[in-house]
Design a binder for this molecule. Structure first.
Ligand code: CTP
Length: 227
């Protein structure tokens, strides 16, 4: 295999958390650092792909030779993703918030506005599912769609089920807990494809990204050979 086997292919990577406003100073987010997604964008670019990275707010520097688009909310991320279709490869690594405030306040919510007990009830509505949306068969569908399933229990079963539910081609199952996955250097993942369930050793997020890129390159090489 050449050192730049993805030359001529376009890739889209989502990364980081999303950030959903409650009011101008408060928001709902999660613990995603963006490291795994940024490492994948870098590895795909190193392999020759033309990469667009659509990222929620993180503190990481932009990877080399990658077009970085910064977004805040899940809706912004979906808009940016669909604007970059069609493409050959999509890897959805972002920890997209599943819910957003139905009516974010335009001014800071003041305690005096709250009832006598000081409780605040937030009405949350579901966010769009970006991975599921782009996996729907259509002329714009990426040729290979890969998701990352963050699971705290029954990791492989849940991720295999999620792959079918979302309609993506591959799912990378990712165990997350207080000490694993989020905000860590290393990652322990299982790659689930229609053909196999492949457990990888715990390794750095950079090595996970390089291995996934090798698998992607092998997939396209095989596809080319059979077309
Ligand atoms: N995902 C997405 N849009 C969403 C939610 C998730 O694109 N609104 C993508 C993630 O980028 C990831 C995959 O779906 O590739 C799985 O995300 P995960 O958080 O594990 O699953 P959820 O769909 O949120 O399901 P649950 O929270 O029930 O585990």
């Amino acid at each position: 295999m050449t050192s730049r086997p993805l030359t001529g292919l376009t890739a889209l990577v989502t990364a980081g958390p999303t950030c959903e406003p409650i009011d101008p100073v408060r928001f709902i987010t999660n613990r995603s650092s963006g490291r795994q997604g940024y490492a994948i964008a870098q590895a795909l670019a190193d392999a020759g792909a033309r990469v667009t990275l659509i990222s929620g707010p993180v503190t990481l520097p932009a990877p080399d030779m990658v077009t970085l688009i910064r977004v805040q909310t899940a809706e912004d991320m979906l808009t940016a993703v669909t604007a970059h279709l069609p493409c050959d490869i999509a890897v959805c690594v972002a920890a997209v918030g599943d819910f957003r405030a139905a009516h974010p306040a335009t001014q800071k919510i003041k305690r005096e506005q709250l009832g006598p007990e000081g409780a605040l009830t937030l009405h949350l509505v579901p966010n769009p599912d970006i991975l599921k949306t782009i996996s729907v068969p259509s002329p714009a569908r990426p040729r290979l769609v890969i998701g990352f399933a963050a699971e705290t229990q029954n990791v492989e079963d849940n991720a295999a089920h999620k792959r079918l539910k979302k309609g993506c081609d591959w799912m990378v199952a990712n165990k997350v807990s207080e000490h694993e996955g989020f905000e860590q250097e290393n990652n322990t993942v299982t790659l689930i494809t229609p053909e196999q369930t492949d457990r990888w050793n715990t390794q750095s997020k950079i090595d996970v990204a390089r291995e996934l890129t090798r698998r992607i390159a092998a997939h396209f090489k095989k596809e080319e050979a059979t077309s």
